[in-house]
Design a protein around this ligand. Sequence first.
Ligand code: PLP
Length: 388
Amino acid sequence: MERSRVTAAVRSGIDSDTGVSSVVPPIYLSTNYRFGGLRQPGEFDYSRSGNPTRSLLAGALAELDGAAGAVVTASGMGACTATLLALVPAGGTVLAPHDAYGGTWRLLDALARRGHFALELADLTTPDAPGHVAEVSPDLLWIETPSNPLLAISDVRALAGAAHAGEAVVVVDNTFCSPVVQRPLELGADVVVQSSTKYLNGHSDVIGGVVTASEQAIVDQLGWWANCLGVTGGAFDAYLTLRGVRTLSVRMRQHLANAEALVDAVAGHPAVARLFYPGLPDHPGHALAARQMDGFGAIVSLELVGGEPAVAAFLTGLADFSLAESLGGVESLVCHPSTMTHAAMPPDVQAAAGLTPGLIRFSVGIEDPADLVADVRAGLDRALAAGR
Ligand code: PLP
């Protein structure tokens, strides 16, 4: 019987040590590796190009994604940079969502301004998006689903089908899901990018990234560029991230359950103008999310009735949510996208992406859900009182 991916992730590298038979694999911090003799390099020579600890993590992440291989980078943005520089030909066209993560938008915009490629932004969540993809016929299609921070859902299978008719490379940023919730290669994507800073590591103590691909030739190209650019991940980060990956599936289970509890508790509160969560039956992408995801993720966004003053009242006094950037750690976080994660986007771009001053985004952690619900409900009551 084929071993499950969960087992593979838990046991990655376990019992592999040949030195002293440690159960957990050792960390290799050495920057360099001895040659056997002239013209006789071993499997590793220099840690930017290859490192045993990073290789173990790459193997585990490739297995979780069902990929031919993985390239581990020093950050999610390192993964995005290597992907774009490796896979878009000079003068090519990139089609990306108009509401991608702010840092991704900044990178795409900056590279396009330098003339690396032409950039087209579009809403990839609409029913006519696959038709638009076919029309633009990009060299690279970038998909982020659910989107950040409004959790709109794009149809990966339909978009990939349209893009492949024109021979585009299809990249999905799967940071919001992790492979436990969504596996884009199974939906027809060629490449998956993730910030491992988030769910994969899961403990908010490592900045990292990973790119996986369905074909070894693409993995090789990505690996060459990551080494060339110097964005490969460090050994210590890889060690910690591998430790995080071992508990990914149990953490995700609790993240998802807590997010559902939170949504149930805040739906209908008079301080909430709009609630964004693909698990809600009236979310426009609900049926699609139910088809292409395993669960609905643990990011929840909502718009407060009173705009930014209501946000200030909501935040003042929260006990179990830290006001901070990032997501996907065991601890719950709240952020104000327009002044934090998406501050790199000018106001007109924010407005086009649907970001409003009253919007807040939760990364729901794995604490006791009763505490999270009580904390958020008290915050909503404060927001309501501030608007009166
Ligand atoms: N992609 C998404 C969807 C993100 O949310 C982030 C970071 O927030 C990144 C990429 C970039 O990752 P990193 O911060 O690890 O560079």
